[in-house]
Design a protein around this ligand. Structure first.
Ligand SMILES: NC(=O)c1ccc[n+]([C@@H]2O[C@H](COP(=O)([O-])OP(=O)(O)OC[C@H]3O[C@@H](n4cnc5c(N)ncnc54)[C@H](OP(=O)(O)O)[C@@H]3O)[C@@H](O)[C@H]2O)c1
Length: 265
């Protein structure tokens, strides 16, 4: 694993970390210097979540398979489907910043097609990334959080996990599974001071939705009470709430960030 920036250092466990100008110390703010890890922090929603957490005073690490994490974030290479890469990434973060106190499991993929055309590979790729990959990062985070008797786990699901979506049987199944995962974690780990919640975005402008044709986008917008697609900032605001002081007594919740599309589901 080699990062693309010249400023790399091999972390313990073999993970490469990318210094990228920070994080160097606690910035005043609601994060209070607590350590947060965001998966898929190189682009899209995860990138903006990492930036917002850093701006709020968290010391932030972000996983990336490709590209770079934003300035002020510690980059660690990891494919979430590979349990050894996940462990190496955690070891690198723990060595550089300390134990992970906030986990945002954001990495995800789509392989959309109708059920009759959906291949085993389409199914496996989406379930292995969105559901099993999240299990890997959550399980590894739980170790340190249980020891610390404190932690915040935020899983990025989707409105379609509850609404369903034609052409997304694999994706909707994976995202619905995250709700069961978070609620089980909330019950299992609540006694150790750990919260577990889901943020369920609607249609957000990122690479994931960039290929949708104008007619499809117009169709979606017509169903959204607020009449627009969301932004990564809209999603990051909910995540920073759950990670910050305001989220202390929120657990087992599914927080929609969808302009009203799912009507609270
Ligand atoms: N955009 C939307 O409308 C929308 C709506 C609801 C929910 N969501 C969810 O929000 C999350 C972020 O979506 P996005 O729109 O920001 O998507 P995106 O722009 O396609 O970015 C996906 C991110 O996940 C990473 N990733 C994918 N597979 C990975 C793996 N196996 N291991 C590690 N990282 C992996 C990608 O890394 P690489 O760059 O290396 O591929 C990238 O950083 C996803 O879970 C998605 O399902 C998005």
């Amino acid at each position: 694993m080699v990062t693309e920036t010249p400023e790399t250092t091999a972390g313990p466990g073999g993970a490469d970390t990318q210094s990228n100008g920070g994080p160097t110390g606690a910035v005043p703010g609601p994060g209070g210097g607590r350590v947060a890890l965001v998966t898929g922090a190189n682009r899209g929603i995860g990138r903006v979540i990492a930036q917002r957490l850093a701006a709020d005073g968290f010391r932030v690490a972000g996983t990336h398979r490709s590209g770079d994490v934003p300035a002020g974030v510690l980059g660690v290479r990891a494919d979430v489907t590979d349990v050894e890469q996940v462990d190496a990434a955690y070891k690198a973060v723990e060595a550089e910043l300390g134990p992970v106190e906030v986990l945002v499991a954001n990495a995800g993929v789509t392989r959309d097609t109708l059920i009759m055309r959906m291949s085993e590979e389409d199914w496996d790729t989406v379930l292995e990334t969105n559901l099993t990959g999240t299990f890997h990062v959550v399980k590894r985070a739980a170790r340190g959080m249980v020891r610390a008797r404190s932690g915040r786990i935020v899983l990025i699901s989707s409105v379609v996990g509850q609404l369903g979506s034609a052409g997304q049987v694999n994706y909707a199944t994976s995202k619905a599974g995250l709700v069961g995962m978070a609620r089980s974690l909330a019950r299992e780990l609540g006694g150790r001071g750990i919260t577990a919640n889901v943020v369920a975005p609607g249609f957000i402008e990122t690479d994931m939705t960039a290929d949708l044709d104008e007619k499809t986008v117009a169709g979606y917008q017509a169903q959204i009470p607020l009449g627009r697609m969301g932004t990564s900032d809209d999603v990051a605001a909910a995540v920073t709430f759950l990670a910050g002081p305001g989220g202390a007594y929120v657990s087992g919740a599914v927080i929609p960030v969808d302009g009203g599309l799912g009507m609270g589901h």
